[in-house]
Design a protein around this ligand. Structure first.
Ligand code: B12
Length: 286
């Protein structure tokens, strides 16, 4: 995780170094000390302070966020969709980052502007020749934007772990990538196995990582046999593992095994992950 000097953060926020140091000493910003006694601020903590205090960023490049300047200030969700249609990934990244720094949660961004834009683009192929091209390029821009957010989270080394992916033959990238960032945004370590992941591979990952939460994102249609196999595997997970499924075709897995938890939104996943983090803290596991 990048460490910032008071000078760097002060310049990024357009305030004096002495003010910044005062905020640190007053406990408004958490900082570590070097052996030489110098204050150093984790980027994740700077982002937390900016979101909580609403302090504007005047020089985003100092925080490795130059794309913030590429997105129009206060531009609504339409601007985000426009950036995706035009293929302006830099502005799309800047827009998502700006909305996050402005206080929107990761789950809100996923369930709101990102989902809505991708759903709108999902209809484009019906009336535009470039429909499939634009939706593929937009998927990549959304992945870039979310990956940038993920770089500002700092789950504790001993934090409970979540892992997940998408069933075999399901090629969808974005929903499971989203799930990984949403659980990280509430303090979990996350391992995303991504698209087309066979149950055997998920099983090996669980044996290796001992997760407290397992997610499955099913966007492609599942055969009853496949839904049954996934449902049975989730049902046989260790008792301290919470299993949750979602996505366009997640309900088929719950039909096969009603014990499995189901969610239609990333907000529901965030709430379940927050419960898991709290339970792990109670069990003294983090
Ligand atoms: C991009 C895309 C593709 C790309 C994906 C590229 C890639 N590698 O990722 C590719 C090319 C693979 C593709 C292929 C096809 N696609 Co397509 N695709 C889309 C599109 C436009 C976006 C998908 C996406 O990323 N959405 C963004 C995510 C975030 O939204 P979401 O899936 O709704 O997820 C939300 C919730 O479900 C929930 N959630 C998701 N996962 C989880 C997990 C948990 C644990 C929880 C709690 C919640 C949760 O939270 C998310 C955020 O709110 C959708 C449009 C749409 N409406 O989604 C069509 C869409 C899904 N595709 C569709 C179709 C028909 C196809 C094809 C059959 C087209 C064809 N003839 O070839 C193939 C089928 C491929 C297959 N094997 O199944 C239809 C599906 C219809 C249906 N009911 O199943 C859609 C809806 C388009 C449409 N309107 O017709 N597609």
């Amino acid at each position: 995780m990048r460490m910032l000097s008071p000078r760097e953060l002060a310049d990024a926020l357009g305030v004096s170094e002495s003010s910044l140091k005062r905020w640190v000493d007053a406990g408004r910003i958490r900082a570590a000390r070097t052996e030489g006694g110098h204050r150093r601020i984790r980027l994740s903590e700077a982002v937390r302070f900016i979101r909580d205090s609403g302090t504007p960023i005047v020089r985003p490049e100092l925080l490795d966020m130059p794309e913030l300047a590429a997105a129009e200030r206060e531009a609504g969700d339409d601007a985000f969709l426009r950036y995706l249609v035009e293929g302006d990934a830099r502005a799309a990244r800047g827009w998502v980052l700006g909305a996050y720094l402005g206080g929107a949660s990761v789950a809100e961004l996923c369930d709101g502007p990102i989902r809505d834009a991708m759903h709108t683009l999902g209809e484009r192929w019906r009336h535009e020749a470039d429909g499939v091209f634009v939706e593929h390029r937009a998927t990549d821009a959304c992945l870039q934007a979310l990956a940038h957010l993920r770089g500002t989270f700092d789950p504790q080394p001993g934090a409970p772990l979540a892992l997940g992916g998408t069933p075999e033959d399901d090629p969808y990238l974005l929903p499971s990538f989203m799930a990984a960032i949403v659980v990280a945004s509430v303090g979990m370590r996350a391992v995303n196995l991504g698209p087309d992941t066979p149950v055997q591979a998920m099983d090996q990952a669980v044996a290796h990582h001992h997760p407290r939460l397992v997610w499955i994102s099913a966007s492609a249609a599942l055969s009853p046999a496949q839904a049954g196999a996934i449902g049975a595997w989730l049902g046989a997970l260790p008792r301290d593992v919470v299993a949750v499924v979602g996505g366009h075709h997640g309900a088929a897995i719950v039909e096969a095994n009603p014990q499995v938890r189901h969610g239609d939104t990333m907000a529901e996943l965030a709430a379940i992950a927050t419960e898991v983090v709290a339970a792990a803290a109670r069990d003294g596991l983090s």
